[in-house]
Write a protein that binds this ligand. Structure first.
Ligand code: G1P
Length: 299
């Protein structure tokens, strides 16, 4: 019998250097996608997937994440007194969305180190990890729920993967293994950010994990790897040897919002989900792009 996945860890301590200067004094996780900060999409995915308790791992200059998921009594009172009930409810719902805990990663020693900060919160049960840079836009089932369903069937730790172009493999953890059904892979190895010429496959880890708690002991002995950081991928490689590991090929459009182009793509994709914004966007594109008014002739 597998245990229910109740807890999720969201590492959010990164510096956001790829989005500077926007992230100089505000966390990249708080950058808005349409009218919600990016991290709210991640928290909503976790809740829609059945998660009950969330730990967000923050760092210095990340206070606004805590504030976002807390009550703002002054704002709530103003909205209430002005009768702005839909805004009032929206603001209240965010504060009551889930049981959210926070912990600070005091040194930036890598993703593996960030996850090890969750040891006490997680305890002895399997848990989920969702990386804040990866927004996975689904049509029917949230990415994490797809993985939880797989975990409940096979009982093994799972990494979420999608296919990427060979020239991009060096941005990801890459898996090596056998496909056993349409979307399930049985893994024999993992490598963090391989060079394109040495990559074992094109299947990349896209920021979603379900991990057995034994990973914490492994992380304690994991030495700095790629980039001098303690890599979660390296710990998972050992977990794979010790107790097996699967990958779940995720359905849904995935955007790396830690990157300016990924951020633009995510914003546009979410905009066309909204009828009113889609209409305005279509009109705007027709007006400005079709006649190339917006493009510089010199490019
Ligand atoms: C991290 C992981 C990597 C994974 C990626 C997904 O890398 O280390 O294995 O493929 O997230 O976004 P980062 O993007 O933090 O360098």
């Amino acid at each position: 019998m597998t245990r229910k996945i109740r807890k999720a860890v969201i590492p959010a301590a990164g510096l956001g250097t790829r989005c500077l200067p926007a992230t100089k004094s505000q966390p990249k996780e708080m950058l808005p996608l349409i009218n919600k900060p990016a991290i709210q999409y991640i928290v909503e995915e976790a809740i829609e997937s059945g998660i009950e308790h969330i730990l967000i791992i923050t760092g210095r200059n990340k206070r606004s994440i805590e504030d976002h998921f807390d009550h703002n009594i002054e704002l709530e009172n103003v909205l209430k007194n002005r009768g702005k009930w839909s805004h009032y409810k929206e603001v209240l719902d965010i504060a009551e969305m889930a049981d959210i805990h926070f912990i600070r990663q005091k040194e930036q020693l890598g993703l593996g180190h960030a996850i090890s900060c969750a040891k006490v919160f997680v305890g002895e049960e399997p848990f989920a990890v969702l990386l804040g840079d990866d927004i996975i836009h689904h049509s029917s089932k949230p990415a994490l729920k797809q993985m939880i369903d797989q975990y409940e069937k096979y009982g093994q730790s799972v990494v979420g993967v999608q296919e990427v172009a060979t020239e991009n493999v060096s941005k990801y953890g890459i898996i090596s293994g056998q496909k056993i059904t349409n979307h399930v892979f049985e893994l024999n190895d993992l490598v963090e950010k391989p060079d394109p010429e040495d990559t074992p496959s094109n299947m990349a880890i896209v920021g979603r994990y379900i991990i057995h708690p034994e990973v914490f002991d492994i992380l304690e002995d994991t030495k700095p790897g790629r980039g001098g950081e303690i890599q979660l991928t390296d710990a998972l490689k050992n977990l794979c040897r010790a107790q097996g590991l699967q990958a779940c090929q995720l359905e849904g459009k995935r955007f790396d919002i830690g990157d300016v182009w990924g951020y633009i793509q995510a914003t546009l994709s979410l905009a066309i989900e909204d009828e009113d914004l889609e209409r305005k966007l279509q009109y705007f594109c027709r007006e400005n792009f079709m006649n190339e008014k917006m493009f510089s002739n010199n490019r």
